[in-house]
Structures are given as structure tokens and as C-alpha cells.
Design a binder for this molecule. Sequence first.
Ligand code: SF4
Length: 484
Amino acid sequence: MLLSKSKYLNGLQCLKYLWILLNAPEQVAKVDASTQFRFDQGHQVGELAKKLFPTGINVPYDNFNNNITQTNELLKQRQILFEAGIKSADFYSRVDILIPVDKYEWDIIEVKSSTEVKNEHIQDASFQRFCCEKNGLKIRNCHIAYINNIYVRQGDIDPKQIFKIQDITREVNGAIMGIEDRVDNMLEVMSSLECPNMLIGIHCNTPYPCPVSSCQELLPDNTILELYWGGKKKYELFHDGILFIKDIPNGTKLNNQQKIQKWCDERCEPYVDEKAIEGFIATLEYPLSFLDFETFDTAIPLFDGIRPYQKVPFQFSLHMLKAEKSDPLHWSFLASSNEDPRLNLLSELSRALPDKGSVVVYNQSFEKKVLTELGEAFAQYRNWTNAVCNKLVDLMSPFKNFHYYNPVQRGSASMKEVLPAVTGKGYEGMPIAKGDDASLAYLKLAFAGSSYEEKEQTKKDLEEYCGLDTEGMVWIVRKLNELQ
Ligand code: SF4
């Protein structure tokens, strides 16, 4: 049995997860397109970081044993190494960047595509260091190279500017304590015939959502795990034997939304605060413009003037109601070239959006940020984007405040749950049914070599998805009008 760095991190999250990975991999959900995209981004960032050390040598990974043999040879030459394969006894790790220091010591740099150093990065580096030291290497310092999110691309990417490097030696010294016991325990679990008994808990989502499907698939709907903003409390109640929200004992401290959720689950009926809904409807000024952006973001900015992970809008849908009973009018924009789509989008949107009335969005912090960044990038539109921001009304507000709540929402105020709950219509069966899918579809449309037919189908799917986001808002407002 070989304990690799990724297995060690899996085992730190949950020993059952580690066991299932090795002994019942069919219970682990396949990597979906969004996760694969995240992995690919990490790989690109890793490649870019190598440019920080032009004299570094890449240790090829044509096969496992060759990688280790070549690493051992190159270590003797005391050169900067990328992806050195370090194996000793039962442990194996590939170090992103290994730098010789003085005569005998080495520094480790782990490269991460995040914009800050996280606890899991410290654990990651502590295993790297453990492996290296088991192999006889003396490690002086450990560092994390991560993405500088205030870097703005101008021309070619500058590796020295896009990365920040933080010394985490002290943190690693703390994290490495007790590692011998932990790795022994993990090796024992890995070779055991029995799956360790672990309860569902906060660790199932920390640091990453666990992809093991078997632990939760038999749970019915409306369990305590769907408690709105349930945090640690839902797991404490679950471990106390409370399976359903309706069974939460009276006297348990709950916030307003959680109390309403319990009330609804006890009666199996929706909750409607007519007065609050009336108050929300009163804030709407006709004509109503229902606006939604689709965006993409990448660790390495694709265009000049863009920061890492900045949300770049490539599509909007706009439905407009001149009056309460009038038929909605529709405009849309979808970029399809591989150039910066922002200026064309702004120009189209500023032509289509009426000067008067409210601009209704769902989860306004997102649209507000996109509009503000567009105004910052294109000064000629700044006054206009500021004016639009001042007219935003957040349709999520009555739902996140539970002025309307239906148990079929399962503790969520997202549009994807609210639309079917309120109108009976939803996103089911659509080829693109969530924002992440839309981003990936656009990136493929703009940058990959798809056929004409594929591209036309993707455009149709994107228009349908973004269009439903805004048409759905029209339906929701009409329903709220009936409820008040
Ligand atoms: S779902 Fe939770 S309990 Fe089950 S294997 Fe994953 S982390 Fe462990």
C-alpha cells in the first residue's frame, strides 16, 4: 500500500472516504465537468509557476518508476526540480517545486490556484515535507505560491506579478506534529477489510464536498441536513438522532427562517407573509426590466484589463414588462468570438435597457459587481452602470427572508429551487441548467474547435437557459402579485 499526498488529504477529511476510494470506488461520483475545469485550471497555474524559475528541470512523468528514478538522479545534481517524485517506504509525493539551498538543504514551493493560503495547503505541504525527510532530504523552508487577485493582465502574463509566495514554514512545523501516527492509522485503514464507521458531519463538505454518494443517498427529503443556513447546528441535531426538520425539539434556538421552515414541514404547506410581499411589490417601478448575466472566470485572465477570477460577462437576457398585465418583451446578447466580450455586451445592454423603472435581478450582489466592474473598465459607461446599480431590486429578497417558503424548496432560496416551487416550471431536462454549465459551454463555444452544428446548438442552449432565468423572474413577480 502506498499513501500518496492526495490520499493523505482524503484521509484527513474522512477515513471512510479514504477506504471507499480504494475498496469501493464505484461509490465515488465521477468527476463532473465543473470539477474537471477546476483541475485543469490548477494544472495551467502549475505550468505557469514553472516560469518563475527558468533554470528549473521538469521531471517527466511517463511512468511512476521512471519518475522516481529520474528524480533520485537529478537530486544529486542539486538543481531546481519541478514535480519531483519522492518515494520512501509507504509514502509518495510529487513536489511542485524543489529548490536547492546551500550545500545540503532544500526549499519546497507548493503551487495553488487559489487566491489565499488555506489550511489544506499547510497540510499538503506538511505531507510533502514528511515524504522528503523520510527520503533523507533536509527541508529548510516551505512556501505556497498562490494567485495574486489584484494582478491585472496587460499583454503577456507576468509570472512574477500573478503569483504571491508566502513562507508557511512555521505553520507546517505545527501541522507536521503527530503525522507519524496519522499516516500509520491511514495505512491501517487502507489495508483493512472493514470500512471505518464515520457519521455524516461538517467534514463531508470541508475542505471539499465529498464525492461519496452512498452515505447520503438513502436519506429522505426534508431531513435536518436541509436546514436553511444550518451550519454546525444541523449536524449536532442529526447526531442527537433528529432526522427531520419537523422533529426539531421545541426550545431549540432557531433563526426566523429556520422557524418558518419547521412550521412548513410540520404542516406540509407553504408559508406566505402577505404583508411583507406587498411591501416588496410596492418597491417595483414599471417598466420592469428583468436582467441576468452569465459570466466566466479563469485563474489566468484571458484578456487585458482583467484580474484572476474576475467574472467576465459574455451573455445577458432582458425581459421587460411595460405594465403589470402587458406581455413581456425580450432582448438578449451572446458573445461567440474569442475576444473580450464586455464592450459589445455593454453597448447592446445600454441600448436595450429602458431609462426608467426598476431593474429586477436575482441575487443582486452578483449583478451589481458585474455592472460596477464594467463601469470601472469602460469609463464612458460609468455613469450609466452606476445609475443601473441604483435601480436594482433583488427578487431573491422575499425568498431569502422566507416571506414565501415552500417545503419543496428544501431549505434553499436559489432561483433553481424557487422557480419550480412558485410556478411549477423549472430547469429540469435542459442541456444547460446551471451557471457553471453555461460558463463552460461558452468557453468551449469561443475557444474550442467545435463543429458549426455543435456551436449553433450550444448558442441555442445558452439562449434558452439565460432566457429562462429572466422569464422565470417575470413569472415569479406575477405569482407574488397574486399572493399579496
Ligand atoms: S460523505 Fe462524509 S462520512 Fe461519507 S465518506 Fe464522505 S466525508 Fe465520510
